[in-house]
Design a protein around this ligand. Sequence first.
Ligand code: SAM
Ligand code: SF4
Length: 330
Amino acid sequence: MNAVMQDGFGRQIDYLRMSVTDRCDFRCVYCMAKNMTFLPRQQVLTLEELQRLATLFVGMGVRKIRLTGGEPLIRPGIVDLCRNIAALPGLRELVMTSNGSQLGRLARPLVDAGVKRMNISLDSLDARRFRAITRNGDLDQVLHGIETARDAGFERIKLNCVVMKGRNFDEVPVLVQYAIDQRIDISFIEEMPLGDVGRSRGESFCASDEVRALIASRHRLLDSTENSGGPARYVRLEQHPDTRIGFISPNSHNFCGTCNRVRMTVEGKLLLCLGQDDALDLRGLLRRYPLDDQPLIHAIQKALRGKPLRHDFTPQGEVQIVRFMNMSGG
Ligand code: SAM
Ligand code: SF4
């Protein structure tokens, strides 16, 4: 075991989620406000800085990196960045979370660059509702992206769906059926109180147990102890072995005890916990020490010792963290 990345509670940190942009072509209602101000360019890490940080973290023991955002696939140069990170000795897998809008053109280049798995957000199969939830999204374009990705050769594809009462809860069975038809996995996510998105989240909050009960009314579910290294709890469908259903329940089932991850914002802030404000500014150090990684390594190790034990979202929670999800990446 590599002890270089260990927190104060003895948890081994070997998973880094890196946001490569705060920008996005969508404005999902649970993630962003309608009118967003994005970061000025000089505050955003360059591709070279992202590459340097990835190299440093892999050198310290990170084995899995997920690139996210914002929408990672609208960052120019993303495929080359993926190729460079995927080639780092010691990295076990490079994976990504995307809204799918650019996968029609980029799925194959990403597989060739070494991206192993892809999580794709899909909250509705009804074009009007999809547009209402994403504010800008085109359902057909995303479905084309998902289907191109399915055929492109990723080791695994998983759909992510944030479930909201009054918006898409009734579509859960249809979304499950779509995942079955595509022979891919799907996870249902409880909405987290990150950023003031201009609406009350409590009204639409939907606990994973309700989602599970709705699926169980149509399919025989088999509990599974599988773990993909993330916070999802999985079930399998007795009749459809190719599809796993995941439940990500940050509010109703706290999963912090086994947390193995840290997050990096595109401004270079190392977030020790999605649900807490503690952060280390790595951009300042990166720019102050362009040729010397030691000060960064010391600062990261010190910050890790202060990683909080757990987050504390409450089910009906309103804004608890001022940061929007597109800053930290999902
Ligand atoms: N743009 C990409 C996408 O949508 O997949 C990657 C970034 S997005 C911030 C990552 C994931 O976070 C998505 O699956 C999204 O559904 C989820 N997400 C965003 N805001 C959320 C919130 N308030 N609560 C729970 N999940 C959220
Ligand atoms: Fe964009 Fe993803 Fe946030 Fe939706 S969830 S606004 S696609 S970053």
